[in-house]
Design a protein. Sequence first.
Length: 215
Amino acid sequence: MPSEDGKLRLVCLASGVGRTVVNLHQRVAAGRLDASIVGVVASREDCAAVEILRGLGLDVRVVLHEPGMHRGEYGKRVWREILKGDPGLVCLCGFVHFLPIPAKWEGRVMNIHPGLLPSFGGKGMYGSRVHASVLASGVKVSGCTVHFADNEYDHGPIVVQRAVPVREDDTETSLAARVFEAECEAYPEAITLFGQGRLAIEGRRVRILYPGANS
């Protein structure tokens, strides 16, 4: 749903420092992303994202993942908070918990992954674990992937990918920094394409339409 000013309404989900949400917020504030962040859902009260994002004036709600909680129940609690923002698009921004995607929300939930899917993805593959696996594999290229989330880990149709070189002297930290720079460009690009109605999902593929092609 668009906001009153016609901008795409985003609800972002975070579990860590919130750098991805900060990047999107900065793009919005600078007029470089035609969207509005109407809410943030965090999975921990003590994660840095809560304080940082509230400091930016964003509405941050915390939904704790209690020990032993079934992921279906946790998902329901998260979705209750998401829906309060009446979003047009849900953006997973380093959210480490599995979020079940209701059928009517298929194609309206995006995720960004710090690797080139389908490689280096799946359950438990997030953050530094991805970069460690990339370095251990000996590949020469890494990058990031924005994809529509479905009900499998890191599996949905790919929207945008950006590649970065893996250097011989890379550490997990240096590679992560280079990949994050790519993420800061790729996620806003994917959100912009979605907001312009230029993404067509065809099975496992996402076609990017030329402006006016779907009119």
